[in-house]
Design a protein around this ligand. Structure first.
Ligand SMILES: [Zn+2]
Length: 323
């Protein structure tokens, strides 16, 4: 069992860590406590906690030598109070971290052998763990900002939007988006770097400006489309070039292709995998897509790296909703 402890997870469902809660706990301990157990009650790590042997169970229960309280590796994490065995959690993490477009609760439910309701909550908790920390560093270099529209009901008029664009006409798809029942999503994306995507109820100059100032270094070079709401904030940046999608796609490096590629993955995921994403839950889904993008293979991450990173983020957050 310990031989697999430090090896990377791969898509081998017979890996003991996917099969056995104890093996899964040992693996999670190696990620959360690389230098030995840390008491979640008092934070003590100098005085060694010791493992208790609980008769009739392989549960890995620790007792703090300082505060004398007991704990497991799941205390203080998104797993706390969950009745789902940790090995199934690990498999769910692996699936959500290795599938480019995500995985639906229906598929998780079938693959994990848990109820649909449990699968839905598991996926939601995993997205919660994937959320960007609020102190994330500012984007810099060349930063593309773009908006798109996701979700909403499929209407018959949608067919119109699938017609090829007439380059001499304004982009009707975007006109349909602005002011339709679809939900606007804005992405700020550093070329070769990270993305921050967010729901924006009203795509106004004030809101766009606020998001850009909050996430992008003033030394960055902005690239946006020619939506006039970008004009004012653009003046505060090292440079601001725009591309008019109605008449051109690329003029030098004045393009938003990076953002459009991100949106294309996002939309294939949201529309193809997660058919009914409510506006209230959208930020969680965006966190999931941001996380996978920011740990993409082009940035040197393997599926196993991404999974281990997500697992390292399970602590220090407590959920307020019931499951
Ligand atoms: Zn303690």
């Amino acid at each position: 069992m310990s031989s697999t402890n430090h090896e990377d997870l791969g898509l081998d469902v017979y890996d003991p860590r996917f099969q056995d809660a104890e093996a899964a706990a040992i693996y999670l301990e190696s990620i959360r406590w690389p230098d030995g157990p840390v008491c979640p009650h008092c934070g003590e790590s100098e005085r060694k906690a010791y493992k208790l042997n609980v008769k009739g169970t392989k549960r890995r229960l620790w007792k703090c030598a300082a505060c004398r309280k007991q704990f497991t590796v799941m205390v203080g994490t998104i797993f706390e109070d969950s009745h789902i065995p940790l090995n199934k959690w690990l498999l769910a993490f692996y699936f959500l971290c290795s599938s480019k477009k995500g995985m639906s609760a229906h598929q998780l439910h079938r693959m994990l052998g848990v109820t649909y309701k449990s699968a839905w909550f598991m996926a939601h908790r995993i997205r919660y763990a994937m959320e960007q920390p609020p102190f994330a560093s500012l984007l810099t270099g060349t930063v593309e900002v773009d908006e798109t529209y996701v979700g909403g009901k499929v209407r018959r008029t949608n067919k119109v939007q699938h017609r090829p664009l007439d380059p001499r006409q304004p982009d009707k798809r975007k006109q349909t988006g602005r002011g339709s029942d679809k939900v606007p999503v804005v992405a700020l994306i550093e070329r070769g770097g990270e993305v921050r995507s967010m729901r924006m109820a009203n795509v106004t100059g004030d809101n766009l400006g606020g998001a850009i100032r909050r996430h992008v270094s003033r030394e960055a070079h902005l690239r946006t489309d020619s939506f006039p709401s970008y004009t004012l904030v653009g003046r505060e940046y090292a440079s601001h070039e725009t591309v008019n999608h109605a008449v051109e796609y690329v003029r030098g490096d004045a393009h938003t292709n990076t953002a459009e590629n991100f949106f294309s993955i996002l939309k294939r995921g949201i529309n193809g995998i997660y058919h009914h994403v409510s506006e209230a839950h959208l930020p969680r889904y965006l966190a999931e897509f941001d996380f996978r993008y920011n740990t993409r293979s082009a940035n040197g991450f393997t599926d196993a790296d991404r999974t281990r990173l997500a697992l390292s983020m399970v602590g220090g957050k407590r959920l307020t909703y019931n499951s």
